[in-house]
Ligand binder design. Sequence first.
Ligand code: ATP
Ligand SMILES: Nc1ccn([C@@H]2O[C@H](COP(=O)(O)O)[C@@H](O)[C@H]2O)c(=O)n1
Length: 229
Amino acid sequence: MSDSDVTIVAVDGPAGSGKSSVSKEVARRLGYGYLDTGAVYRSLAWHALDRSVDTSDATAVLEAMGDFDGSISLDPDDYWVRVGDTDVTEAIRETRVTEAVSGVARVPVVRHTVNARFRALVADSGRPGVVVEGRDITTVVAPDAPVRILLTAAPEVRAARRSAEVTGQDAAAVADSLRRRDASDSTVVDFMSAAEGVEVVDSTHLDFDETVAAVLAVAEKMQEVRDAR
Ligand SMILES: Nc1ncnc2c1ncn2[C@@H]1O[C@H](COP(=O)(O)OP(=O)(O)OP(=O)(O)O)[C@@H](O)[C@H]1O
Ligand SMILES: Nc1ccn([C@@H]2O[C@H](COP(=O)(O)O)[C@@H](O)[C@H]2O)c(=O)n1
């Protein structure tokens, strides 16, 4: 990714830390594209479930990947995710997909394949920069990005924010779901602590606008440091 002229703002963090909503707004403010890498893993999980594949079976997941025809918009103002001709933007947020996605994401060949896709999407974005968010963007997908941020918030705050948007699910169930997904995902990549050179933005005591401002300030500072070298 470092060969591309496109500036990358890499944002990682645990489930519900605000990566998608904050990164999308940061992309708008910077005039950048926005790449939601979790949505790509989710669309692959949706596709596997659509094929009635057992997503804990790595061989079956790989087979399902063979005819996966996914696409994603990098426009923060016109965001969509598709599998073939089917718009799955909403469907990939369903609980059944959320529960299955970690199984898909733990398959090494899957990760390798989608990472190559992420790099191509950024390089071909036609934008001066792209905010790329996920779990391993600062460490694996774009370790040389000029801006690398770990976006965190206390577990109970993340659970409260997520349960406020999920109607019909109690707060304890939401907290448990976030905890289980983080535990499972953490066995594959470390996104709970910042790698060397990665700046932490902790939004526990920040509202949404303050968090966007904090990320923009860190991005500006890191970009200046890089430019001064
Ligand atoms: N600083 C903040 N203050 C208040 N609410 C916030 C803040 N940051 C994010 N939110 C809200 O928290 C919820 C979770 O955010 P978001 O979906 O962006 O997280 P995420 O890290 O992308 O989650 P996931 O990993 O599950 O996809 C959303 O409702 C979002 O609007
Ligand atoms: N870089 C990434 C991004 C995501 N994942 C996996 O996808 C799941 C969904 O991601 P969200 O950001 O939409 O919550 C996530 O739980 C991981 O299993 C990943 O492995 N690497």
